[in-house]
Design a protein around this ligand. Sequence first.
Ligand SMILES: [Mg+2]
Length: 218
Amino acid sequence: MKTALEQTRLLVPPSCRPTPALFLDRDGVVIEDCHHIDDPSLVRLCRGSRKLIASAKSYGWPVVIVTNQSGISRGLFQWKDFDTVNDRMQQLLGSDAPLAAIYANGYGPDAPAHSWRKPNPQMILEASKALNLDLQRSFLIGDRLSDLHAGASAGLFRLFHVLTGHGCRSRESVIAWHRMASQASACVEQSSPRLPALELLNTLEDFELALLKHANPA
Ligand SMILES: [Mg+2]
């Protein structure tokens, strides 16, 4: 059950059959991170985001935004402000780069245990139920470690870390986490969830090249 600090904007109906999806963090990945952005006039797309989302459309992958917005619980802005920023983002992306849904968590660090706040995977799991997604063939791109934690906990196919937003500051901890998690997963039973592979990107423009290194799961 959703709380007042959790919000969904569903933009398409569910797929007829389970479909791979592309999950994207918003701030620092799709739009530039302006630290608790609440003014639509400040919205700027990150390099490559429009083209990436248009490519996802051509592959038939729904694109789902999963974003932590602790500014809501901190009282820095309201959901209506968040919505106007999303409206502007969608306007800049245009009809060639459509989103399937936007999931947002408004809790801060004192969130209850099973809230939507990343690193919990709840937003991804909720989107999977609502849109009929195949998480084991899905991707996630994020700029923070908590994004990738959420994707790993949701059992996604592959995780991508970008250097935009907080990416430069988090790159080392992302690599260290994945190395340790890989070592740990090698020691546990095969019935445990598989750790998704990690790809390191500079910007979203590198995504398709990284994808070509592997067989397309779709
Ligand atoms: Mg971010």
